[in-house]
Design a protein around this ligand. Structure first.
Ligand code: 5GP
Length: 143
């Protein structure tokens, strides 16, 4: 899958946005939906997904990109309040060689703790009960 190309509206995040696939949601408005990553690299790993049908950041309009980063920041703040990590990675991959596996624009928010190794990207599936508990805490911390 190359960096540029046609947007595939059957990707899993398009289905989550359309309400056709389940997700453990944290936040939603007209611009974005935020939900837990089901293959988390650390506890609390979540995704902020602009609703616009764009494959990657380069395909996103400036207006939506600007709006999306404010949502990323708000969710990251809520993750900080809810889970007290020592650090937070915010990442965003464009194209398969860069590590992108779902070809709908999204931002990763990955809490980090001192002396705790980062899990593998796209590793094991997390326990749903744990994900729901983390999402509830993050949601409660959103102002
Ligand atoms: P990418 O590699 O495209 O930047 O990241 C895609 C992310 O989506 C990965 O971290 C992966 O764990 C996550 N992911 C893949 N499929 C699903 C899914 O069906 N539901 C959720 N919530 N996350 C997914």
């Amino acid at each position: 899958m190359s960096l540029s190309g046609k947007y595939d509206d059957q990707n899993i995040f398009a289905k989550i946005i359309a309400g056709e696939a389940p997700a453990i949601k944290i936040f939603e408005d007209d611009a974005v939906v935020a939900f837990m990553d089901i293959f988390p690299q650390s506890p609390g790993h979540c995704l902020v997904v602009p609703k616009a049908p764009a494959r990657n950041l380069l395909d996103l309009s400036d207006d939506v990109a600007a709006l999306a980063i404010t949502r990323v920041k708000a969710v990251a703040r809520a993750v900080e309040t809810a889970l007290s990590p020592d650090g937070i990675i915010i990442s965003q991959f464009n194209g398969a060689p860069a590590g992108q596996t779902v070809f709908h624009i999204h931002f990763h928010i990955i809490p980090r703790w001192e002396n705790q190794a980062l899990g593998r990207h796209g590793g094991g599936q997390a326990d749903t009960v744990e994900l729901k508990a983390q999402a509830a805490k993050i949601r409660a911390a959103l102002t």
